[in-house]
Design a protein around this ligand. Structure first.
Ligand SMILES: Nc1ncnc2c1ncn2[C@@H]1O[C@H](COP(=O)(O)OP(=O)(O)OP(=O)(O)O)[C@@H](O)[C@H]1O
Ligand SMILES: [Mg+2]
Length: 342
C-alpha cells in the first residue's frame, strides 16, 4: 500500500439536509451533491443517488420514488440515509479505494443522543472504523478560518436547508447556542404556499427554490428584481406563467426570516457578557446556503446593531471545517462531540 492510499482512507462528511459534501484527506472536497435517493417503488432498490436522483425528484413516474433521508438536519429515514452515504462514497471510489479508517461528520448541535447514535451507526455500517462527530456551527467556524481555540467569543449563524444553527464559540466549546428547524427549505415552502394561496398557482419545489435564489431577499434591494414563474393553475388546471417582484417575495418569506432573526436575538440574550463584548467587536458570521439570501446580512445587522459578514464560500464551510478536524485530530480533540455508547 502506498503512502497516499494510507491517507486517502480518512474522510470528512457534511451530511446536510439539502446537500452532502465529502472531503478526502490529502485531496480536499471531492463531492458535493444533493441529499436525495431515488428508489424503485416495488423492489425498493436504489436507482439513483445525489445529482441523478435530484433530476428525477418531482418528475418521477409511478415506479420511482425519491427520498430526502435527512430532515431538519437529522436522519429521518435510516435505510435511505445509509444508501445515500454508501452511494456517494462509492462515487468517490475513483479517488480512493478500500475501507475507510476515520470518518469525521458534522451534525446539528441540537441533536439528541438517539439521533447521534443513528449517524454513528450509519457511518459504521458503511465501513468506517473510527467515527468522530463535530457540531456543525463549530465545523463551520473552523471551515471559515476562525480561531475557535482562542479565549474570544465568535458568533456563527449557519443557515442550511433544514436547520439554522446559531452558536457562540470560545475556547473550543459552544458557550451559547440556538438551533431551530427553520432554514432554506421553510423559506422555499413559504414561496410555494404564497403562489398557491394568492394565485391558485401550484409551482414545483425546484421552481420555488429558483425564485428564492434569484430574487429572494430579507432587506430592501437597491434595485428590486422581477422573475417569471411557471406553474399550473389549480382552478383551470392549465399551465400558467406570471411575473413576480422581489418585494412580493420578501413579504412571502417574512415569517421564516423573522424566526431566524428572533433565534439570533435569543442567542445574543443568553450569551455571557464578556463574550457579548467580543461579538460587538468581531460581529456575526453567516454560513450555509441561507447566508446567500440577499440582504440577510443587512437585515441582521439592522436588528442586532452588530456587524454581520457572510463567510467565504458559505456552502462548503462545514465540510472544510470537518476536513480540517480530520487532518488535525490531535489539535481539535476538544471540539469533538462526546457520545455515549448505548
Ligand atoms: N444563492 C442562494 N440564495 C439563497 N439560498 C440559497 C442559495 N444557494 C443555496 N441556497 C439554499 O441553501 C440551502 C442549502 O444550504 P446548505 O447546503 O448549507 O444546507 P445543508 O447543509 O444541506 O442543510 P442543513 O445544514 O440544514 O442540514 C437550500 O435551502 C438552498 O435553497
Ligand atoms: Mg449544513
Amino acid at each position: 500500500m502506498g503512502f497516499l492510499d494510507f491517507f486517502s482512507k480518512d474522510v470528512a462528511i457534511d451530511l446536510g439536509t439539502a446537500n452532502t459534501l465529502i472531503f478526502i484527506r490529502g485531496k480536499g472536497i471531492v463531492l458535493n451533491e444533493p441529499s436525495i435517493v431515488a428508489l424503485d417503488r416495488n423492489s425498493r432498490k436504489v436507482v439513483a443517488i445525489g445529482s441523478e436522483a435530484r433530476q428525477m425528484h418531482e418528475k418521477t413516474h409511478r415506479d420511482i420514488i425519491t427520498i430526502k433521508p435527512l430532515g431538519g438536519g437529522v436522519i429521518a429515514d435510516y435505510e435511505a440515509a445509509e444508501e445515500l452515504i454508501r452511494g456517494l462514497i462509492k462515487k468517490t471510489q475513483k479517488d480512493f479505494s478500500g475501507s475507510i479508517r476515520r470518518m469525521v461528520i458534522g451534525i446539528p448541535s441540537g441533536i439528541t443522543e438517539v439521533e447521534k447514535r443513528a449517524v454513528r451507526d450509519s457511518a459504521e455500517h458503511v465501513g468506517a472504523k473510527e467515527v468522530y462527530l463535530v457540531a456543525e456551527p463549530m465545523a463551520a467556524a473552523i471551515g471559515i478560518g476562525l480561531d475557535v481555540e482562542a479565549p474570544f467569543g465568535n458568533m456563527i449563524v449557519d443557515i442550511g436547508g433544514g436547520t439554522t444553527e446559531i452558536a457562540v464559540i470560545s475556547l473550543s466549546g459552544l458557550a451559547a447556542g440556538e438551533s431551530i428547524r427553520v432554514a432554506g427549505t421553510e423559506i422555499t415552502n413559504a414561496i410555494l404556499q404564497h403562489f398557491r394561496k394568492t394565485y391558485n398557482l401550484a409551482i414545483g419545489e425546484r421552481t420555488a427554490e429558483e425564485i428564492k435564489i434569484k430574487i429572494g431577499s430579507a432587506y430592501e434591494l437597491e434595485e428590486e428584481l422581477i422573475a417569471t414563474v411557471k406553474g399550473r393553475n389549480l382552478v383551470t388546471s392549465l399551465p400558467e406563467q406570471r411575473d413576480v417582484s422581489s418585494p412580493e417575495i420578501r413579504e412571502a418569506i417574512a415569517e421564516p426570516i423573522g424566526q431566524i432573526v428572533n433565534a439570533v436575538r435569543r442567542c445574543l440574550e443568553t450569551t455571557p457578557p464578556e463574550l457579548s463584548a467580543d461579538i460587538l467587536d468581531r460581529g456575526i458570521l453567516l454560513t450555509g446556503g441561507g447566508a446567500l439570501i440577499k440582504g440577510l446580512d443587512k437585515r441582521l445587522s439592522d436588528e442586532t446593531k452588530l456587524p454581520v459578514h457572510v463567510g467565504e464560500d458559505p456552502l462548503t464551510a462545514v465540510v472544510r471545517g470537518t476536513g480540517k478536524v480530520l487532518e488535525n485530530l490531535e489539535k481539535y480533540q476538544k471540539v469533538l462531540m462526546q457520545t455515549k455508547r448505548i
